[in-house]
Design a protein around this ligand. Structure first.
Ligand SMILES: [Zn+2]
Length: 389
């Protein structure tokens, strides 16, 4: 490693922390062998990271050939991160350890989507969740917030959120000043992708697509182990590809976007219309739709088929352009299982030029907020990013 000593120290720290994240506990000697660092450099950096309680010595195992070397591991339990996923009707909150394992969850209802309202709800939720988990604020290393909209990650500014009516809002800075904890913000799908890259199905992948289907449809492109953001932070806006020229009005103000013709609001509305045509009951909530899918109702399945085929056809274009190793699928619609994933896969495979990447659903309720928490924990693994508040 060239460069000045502080640069190479930072690189060595990152190298060792990421090795431990991907391999789990290994000895100092193994770290030196795998990374190519000198044993002296490994000893030095490990001592520094132990001092900061970022890594810890685990119990050595005694085998047939005697006591094995002491394994070194990331001290996941010693540091906490808050994750907040902003929605129009409330905030999904989670307190996690460094591996984004949830320690406390909370739903903060909000009456207005003004920045002040959101920040107050977050500030109120934090002590509640610390109390629930019996932990203290001094253990918190950061806050991550995921926002539906366009986010300038480097400066912590929400450039535009049609769902909340925000423009050029320095949300990261405003929140950081209020709660006095380093704060990171990003858009929902990128936050999900960060969590997938650190601890999910994308952990050992350098090139993959994270696809989310829920209220909207979005993708995040991970290219050479980094999120590809584009020149203006708006790369990967898969849901706003024109699918039906002149079609349904999208929340972005244009017509015929993929999300307007395939995301959950489309599914529900189409299903309701078909039920009405069949003179069925007018009441049809999302949970009624879920129940209908689970019961194998033909109308519900055909709606999922239609959405899935449309998504899959456009996904094939993305695969042709970027040739990802896998496609990690998240979002609330993953709940529909093969009834949705199946048609997506079929249409993608029927329309790709060559490669047929596997679709890997990886979603549990709470994944959005855990993605937000990963924005804070990833600061440890990637020293290029600094908090905005
Ligand atoms: Zn749109």
């Amino acid at each position: 490693m060239r460069g000045n000593s502080s640069t190479s120290r930072a690189l060595n720290r990152r190298l060792i922390l990421n090795l431990l994240r991907r391999h789990g506990p290994v000895s100092r000697a193994e770290i030196a062998t795998i990374t190519g660092l000198s044993p002296a450099a490994v000893t030095f950096v490990v001592a520094e990271l132990v001092e900061e309680s970022l890594i810890v010595e685990r119990e050595a195992v005694t085998g047939a050939t005697g006591r094995r070397p002491v394994p070194i591991d990331i001290n996941y339990e010693a540091h906490l991160a808050f994750g907040f996923k902003l929605n129009a009707d409330g905030i999904d909150c989670v307190l996690t350890d460094l591996a984004t394992n949830p320690l406390a969850t909370w739903h903060a209802p909000i009456s207005d989507t003004s920045p002040d309202g959101m920040i107050k709800a977050i500030a109120d939720a934090m002590p509640q969740m610390l109390a629930d988990s019996g932990r203290s604020q001094t253990e918190v290393m950061g806050i991550g917030v995921s926002i539906p909209g366009e986010v300038d990650v480097r400066n912590g500014i929400c450039r535009r959120s049609p769902r909340f009516g925000w423009t050029d809002l320095p949300f990261g800075q405003l929140l950081g000043e209020r709660v006095h904890v380093p704060t990171w913000i990003d858009d929902d799908i990128s936050a999900f992708a960060v969590a997938q890259k650190l601890f999910g199905a994308g952990r050992d992948r350098r090139n993959f697509v994270a696809l989310a289907v829920g209220t909207g449809i979005g993708t995040s492109l991970i290219i050479n182990a980094e999120i590809y953001r584009g020149a203006r932070n708006v790369a990967g806006r898969f849901g706003h590809i024109t699918s039906v020229p002149g079609g349904r009005l999208c929340e972005c103000g244009r017509r015929g976007c993929l999300m307007a013709h395939a995301a959950e609001p489309f599914m529900l509305e189409t299903w309701r219309t078909r039920r009405r045509a069949a003179s069925a009951s007018a009441s049809a909530s999302r949970s009624d739709f879920v129940a209908a899918v689970e019961a194998g109702e033909a109308d519900a399945l055909s709606v999922l088929e239609e959405s899935g085929l449309r998504i899959g056809r456009h996904l094939a274009d993305l695969v042709n352009l970027f040739d990802p190793e896998v496609i990690v699928v998240g979002g609330e619609a993953v709940q529909f299982g093969e009834a949705l994933i199946g048609p997506i896969r079929r249409a993608m495979e029927a329309n790709v030029f060559f490669s047929k990447p596997e679709l890997l659903p990886d979603w549990v309720p709470g994944s959005w907020a855990r993605g937000a928490a990963a924005l804070a924990t990833q600061g440890i693994f990637d020293f290029e990013r600094s908090p905005s508040g």
